[in-house]
Design a protein around this ligand. Structure first.
Ligand code: MN
Length: 478
C-alpha cells in the first residue's frame, strides 16, 4: 500500500529523532544459538531433518526456500555440526530479531552508525569465549572438520561466503572488518577475492610492499550485530575507524573480541568458528568460479592465497552460510541503504526514504523518496546518492506519494512523471562495482532518473485518492 503524505511526514519526523534499543545481548539473540532458538519459537525456521550432502545438495534445497523462513539443516552427512542459511533473505525475520518494524530496519542501522560515529564504544578483548572452547592446531585437520559447502554447480570448490574477516592496518594497527569469499584449496589453504578500493586490500598491499603476510581471523557464524557492522560502507567508516564499534551499538554492550592463538588479530568471541590465518605476499593461485551476488558466476583467476594457522570453535557449532540471491541483497543492501540514507539526507533534507531494490541486487539500483520543498532538489538528490554509494548504477527519485518498495508504483511514476529527454542524467565512465559483468572492470555509465512531479504540484499531478475505511466494520463476503 502506498503511504499517505501524512504518514510520510510522520515517518520523516521519526527519522530525525530515532530511538531504537534492540539490545540483542539482553534479549539473548546476540549469537546464532540464540537466533535459532528465537526463530523456532516464532515459527520462522524451516528444519531439514534428512541427511544432506554439503556439496550441491544443501544449496539445492535451500534455494527452494529463497526469501522465506530461515533454513536449519539439522543433519549433514559426515558431521554432527548443523548448518544455518537464509538468515538474511527475509526482512521480516531480521525485524523480529532486532525487535523493530520491518520498515525501520534501515533506520536502525543508520541510527547505530550515527551513534557510533558520535560516541564509539570500543570492543573489549577477552582471553576465553564460546569461539575457543575447542582449539585445533594440527595442520592436516584445520579445514577438514568444518562443513564448508559448495553452492553452485560450476563453483570451483567449497566456499566460505559469510565470514567476517578481521585484519589490522600494518602501519596504524586500526582494525578492519569485512566480508570476503574464500575458496578451500587444501587442508590448510584457501584462495580469496579482495575487492578494489576496500580497506582490506589497502592493508594487504602495504603489508606486501614490506614483504610481510597480512594476518587475519576469519569468523564464521557471527551474530547480526557483527555482520552488519562489517558491512558498514567505507563512506561511513573511513580507513582510520574500526567499524566493529557499530556492533556494540546494536548489541547494547561492548562487543567482545577473542585473543588469538597464533596471530596478532582478534576473533569474534561469540562466533561459531574462528579461523586464524595469513594472506601471503607475492603469491597468487587459482580462485573461482564462484556463485556471486550478481546472479552470475564470477570467473576463475589467479588471486590471493590464505595460509591457515589454527582453528578454534565452539563445542557444538552451527556452521553459517549465505545463499546468493535475495539473501546477499539484504545482507549488504540494508547497511548500504542506511549509510546512503544518512549521507543523502544530510545533504538534501527533502529525502524521506531510500531502498536498494532486490532487482538491482541490493547494490546497483536505489529508489529514493523525497518530499520536494523546491524545484531541482531531485537532481541534487541524484548526485548525492551516487556520491554516497559508488557501486550504484541507477538512482530513481520519486515523490512522497510513491511506494519505493513497490516496482509497479515506481513504474507508474516513470510512466506519468518522467520525461526521458529532460529528466535523465547520464554519467559516462564512472567507477562502479567490478563484479558486475556489464561494467568494464568496474567502469561504466550511471543513470539518474527524475520521476518526480513538478513543484509546486499542479492539479493534474495530484494522485487520486479514496476514502480510508476500516474493512472490519463492514459485512463482506469474499
Ligand atoms: Mn574499514
Amino acid at each position: 500500500m502506498t503511504k499517505t503524505v501524512e504518514e510520510n511526514v510522520e515517518l520523516a519526523g521519526k527519522i530525525t529523532t530515532p530511538t531504537y534499543n534492540s539490545n540483542l545481548a539482553k534479549r539473548n539473540v546476540a549469537d546464532l544459538q540464540g537466533v535459532v532458538q528465537l526463530l523456532k519459537e516464532k515459527k520462522m525456521l524451516v528444519r531439514v531433518k534428512s541427511p544432506v550432502d554439503i556439496k550441491h545438495e544443501m544449496a539445492g534445497i535451500a534455494t527452494r526456500f529463497d526469501g522465506g523462513k530461515a533454513v536449519l539443516f539439522e543433519k549433514l552427512k559426515n558431521t554432527d555440526v548443523s548448518l544455518l542459511t537464509g538468515l538474511y533473505w527475509n526482512r521480516e525475520v531480521l525485524a523480529e530479531i532486532f525487535n523493530v518494524k520491518e520498515k525501520d530496519l534501515p533506520f536502525l542501522s543508520a541510527d547505530s552508525i550515527e551513534k557510533w560515529s558520535k560516541n564509539p564504544i570500543e570492543p573489549i578483548v577477552v582471553e576465553n569465549g564460546p569461539a575457543n572452547e575447542v582449539i585445533i592446531k594440527n595442520k592436516e585437520n584445520l579445514l577438514k572438520d568444518i562443513p564448508i559447502p559448495t553452492h553452485g554447480l560450476q563453483d570451483g570448490g567449497p566456499y566460505l561466503d559469510s565470514c567476517v574477516l578481521i585484519a589490522k592496518d600494518p602501519e596504524t594497527g586500526v582494525r578492519n572488518a569485512s566480508i570476503q569469499r574464500l575458496m578451500v584449496t587444501g587442508p590448510n589453504r584457501m584462495t580469496m577475492l579482495m575487492d578494489m578500493g576496500r580497506h582490506l586490500r589497502d592493508y594487504y598491499e602495504r603489508a606486501e610492499k614490506m614483504n610481510k603476510p597480512l594476518e587475519i581471523t576469519i569468523n564464521n557464524g557471527v551474530g547480526l550485530p557483527v555482520h552488519f557492522a562489517s558491512t558498514t560502507p567505507s563512506s561511513a567508516a573511513p580507513i582510520d575507524a574500526d567499524e566493529l564499534g557499530v556492533a556494540s551499538q546494536l548489541l547494547g554492550e561492548p562487543l567482545k573480541l577473542l585473543r588469538s592463538q597464533t596471530v596478532n588479530v582478534e576473533g569474534v568471541a561469540d562466533a561459531q568458528y574462528v579461523i586464524e590465518a595469513e594472506i601471503l605476499p607475492h603469491i597468487r593461485e587459482n580462485e573461482g568460479p564462484a556463485a556471486e551476488v550478481t546472479g552470475y558466476y564470477a570467473a576463475a583467476d589467479d588471486r590471493w592465497v590464505v595460509n591457515v594457522k589454527a582453528v578454534t570453535r565452539r563445542k557444538q557449532p552451527i556452521f553459517h552460510t549465505i545463499m546468493p540471491g535475495k539473501e546477499v541483497y539484504n545482507a549488504v543492501g540494508l547497511m548500504a541503504e542506511a549509510s546512503v540514507y544518512q549521507k543523502v539526507s544530510s545533504m538534501v533534507p527533502d529525502v524521506i526514504d531510500v531502498y536498494l531494490s532486490y532487482g538491482g541486487c541490493g547494490f546497483y539500483h536505489a529508489n529514493v523518496q523525497i518530499k520536494k520543498s523546491s524545484e531541482g532538489v531531485q537532481k541534487n538528490a541524484i548526485m548525492a546518492t551516487f556520491a554516497a554509494f559508488p557501486p550504484l548504477r541507477r538512482v530513481t527519485i520519486v515523490d512522497e506519494d510513491v511506494n519505493i518498495y513497490d516496482p509497479e508504483d515506481i513504474e507508474w511514476a516513470l510512466a506519468t512523471r518522467h520525461d526521458p529527454e529532460r529528466d535523465m542524467i547520464l554519467i559516462s565512465d564512472a567507477r562502479g562495482h567490478e563484479l558486475n559483468p556489464i561494467t568494464n572492470d568496474g567502469i561504466g555509465t550511471k543513470i539518474g532518473i527524475d520521476a518526480t512531479a513538478p513543484y509546486p504540484r499542479p492539479w493534474e499531478f495530484q494522485r487520486l485518492d479514496m476514502k480510508e475505511v476500516m474493512l472490519e466494520n463492514y459485512d463482506i463476503e469474499e
